[in-house]
Design a protein. Structure first.
Length: 202
């Protein structure tokens, strides 16, 4: 399934460089607005990932991301987080340049998929110089970390449930539970995407 172009609402947000607004958001300590701008930025990047992909099917796999980062080898390793149930995943670069994503597997499949997508969004952010430059302007460490994690959460949801594809499948079956199963995500993730994309209002 090939995605169509981004929705008009997304295009309007991204018509100019969204980071022009971040200076003011950071200055005013308007962190919810900063998160909104970062999330819109990553939605645009995710659209580009799927537009460049040779093939997209549901539920969304991680091949499109790997194709986009074709210069890297990706490995996925499960672990048991029983002793630290706040740790769902992490990623690292090996000495030979491969990207290893580790994820907790003693949990439902939808949680595993979300954890992997979350870590891949960290990978993207790490390799995006503009994102790194802007996020480094947040001087308070705990605020910076919180925004980085929230951006990864939002972006993971947007990756697993791409807006252009959801708009098509929602027309066929406008039911959140059905769509959540179709995309292999939790109902909460599906509802976040439906609301953020403006498909539903409540």
């Amino acid at each position: 399934m090939q995605p169509s172009s981004a929705s008009p609402a997304t295009a309007n947000v991204l018509r100019h460089n969204p980071y022009q607004e971040l200076e003011r958001a950071y200055y005013e300590r308007n962190y919810p607005r900063a998160l909104q701008i970062h999330a819109a930025y990553f939605r645009d990047k995710i659209d580009k990932i799927f537009m460049a992909s040779s093939s997209v099917s549901l539920p969304i796999g991680f091949e499109p991301f790997q194709e986009y980062f074709s210069g890297f080898d990706f490995y996925y390793q499960p672990f048991d987080n029983t002793l630290n149930d706040t740790l769902w995943g992490r990623w690292e670069v090996t000495d030979d340049g491969a990207i290893v994503v580790r994820y907790a597997d003693n949990c439902p499949k939808v949680r595993q998929r979300f954890s992997i997508a979350h870590e891949l969004m960290h990978v993207y952010g790490y390799h995006d110089p503009e994102f790194k430059m802007q996020i480094d302007k947040i001087r308070t460490p705990w605020v910076r970390k919180k925004i980085i994690e929230r951006v990864a959460d939002k972006s993971a949801a947007y990756y697993l449930v791409p807006e252009p594809i959801l708009r098509e499948t929602w027309k066929e079956t406008p039911n959140a539970d059905y769509q959540a199963k179709l995309y292999g995500v939790s109902r909460k993730t599906m509802e976040i995407c439906l609301k953020d994309y403006g498909i539903i209002t409540k």
